[in-house]
Design a protein around this ligand. Structure first.
Ligand code: SF4
Length: 229
């Protein structure tokens, strides 16, 4: 798992080397020296220069981008089959975000690790993901190949997200937005939870939307876009 904010992921009172060797030795019976050597190698892989010397530094002695690289190194240490990254670049400035995206793409490609990238940033998602799952109120409402879903969405919520991108705004006009707000998960409306905000809603939407599939994707909607009634 790689979390959003690396300054709260890492323990502030332990050196980076201690945290990495603890993580390694929690899962494998290796000597402290071997765990340290492995930590140096992992830090080098995620682009931290002078890795052996940096093992004895504390998290506050690293920049935000470097701290996130340490968190990624810890996540990659045991060559996992899958990494779940929860908005891992949101807390970083834009130039560092681009580097981290590039490095995570390369690292996971080299090691064959699957990457689940949780994000509200569609530009990042379109550059990172082969498949996309769009969620609303805790439910998957549409899923399929990223390019297909973003080019030609079936679900009105996906369409609303795309229409709300600042790049779609016209000079002198308000930004587009989906009306209303997300419902409380403790008080979801009956049927489709998106209904109070959906321009295509009808009485039918008071019932649970059916799960439909076409050639390459799935979506949950009574009145999907681009599908004959
Ligand atoms: S099921 Fe109805 S309310 Fe929900 S997204 Fe589809 S059209 Fe809109």
């Amino acid at each position: 798992m790689v979390f959003q904010d690396p300054s709260t992921t890492l323990n502030p009172v332990l050196t980076v080397g201690d945290q990495m060797t603890l993580a390694i030795r929690a899962h494998e019976a290796v000597t402290a020296r071997a765990a340290r050597d492995r930590s140096v190698a992992m830090l080098g892989r995620v682009g931290i220069p002078d890795a052996r010397a940096r093992l004895d530094a504390y998290p506050h002695e690293f920049s935000g981008g470097m701290r996130q690289r340490v968190a990624i190194a810890i996540a990659m240490t045991h060559s996992p089959d899958v990494i779940v990254a929860d908005e891992p670049t949101t807390a970083l400035d834009v130039s560092i975000q681009a580097q981290i995206l590039h490095e995570m793409r390369e690292l996971t490609r080299e090691s064959g690790t699957a990457l689940v990238w949780i994000s509200h940033d569609l530009a990042t998602v379109s550059s990172m993901a082969e498949r996309i799952l769009v969620m609303y109120a805790g439910r998957i409402v549409e899923e399929g190949p990223t390019a297909t879903v973003l080019r030609d969405p079936r679900h009105p919520y996906t369409r609303g997200l795309l229409d709300s991108l600042p790049a779609t705004a016209r000079p002198g006009h308000d930004l587009n937005q989906i009306p209303g707000t997300t419902p409380s998960l403790l008080a979801l409306p009956p049927g489709c939870p998106f209904a109070p905000r959906c321009v295509r809603a009808t009485e039918l939407c008071a019932g649970d939307p059916p799960h439909r599939v076409d050639a390459v994707r799935g979506f949950r909607c009574h009145h999907p876009l681009g599908v004959a009634a």
